[in-house]
Design a binder for this molecule. Sequence first.
Ligand SMILES: [Zn+2]
Ligand SMILES: [Zn+2]
Length: 157
Amino acid sequence: MPVHAGGCQCGAVRFALDEQPVNVHICHCRMCQKAVGGPFAVICPVQKTAFRVTRGAIAYFHSSDVARRGFCGACGTPLLFDYPDAADVGVLVGALDDPNRAPPENQYGLESRVGWFATMADVPGDLPTYSDDPEMLRRISRSNHQHPDRDTEQWPP
Ligand SMILES: [Zn+2]
Ligand SMILES: [Zn+2]
């Protein structure tokens, strides 16, 4: 059993990590914000020898001459940050089946951190999701095209 497994939203790409990531970190840099379509990236570095693609193939965008961003070419889910010459590769935490097991230990790119980062956790929210609209939750559940957070026997299903 790998230490972590993960993949994209559609399930065309699946991968496995054979070691626990080291120095999991938040990156606030503007390139990471764009690459993940979010306020920051959470990057989980693992040795390339401990990273295996178990289904499909990862597509890449070279964000500079020295770094590239891995994603699923079918659904667009961001998956990796990679310096091709480095011994390790950065897996994006949201692509892991269990992001809870890779908490960040450090932050980089603080000069680009969004001004509302510190108050984000205090913004009001509802729990569980769509508790105010159970019919919407049923419609989403009945038509869910997201791959489950585990490896599956075959793809497409
Ligand atoms: Zn996909
Ligand atoms: Zn960054």
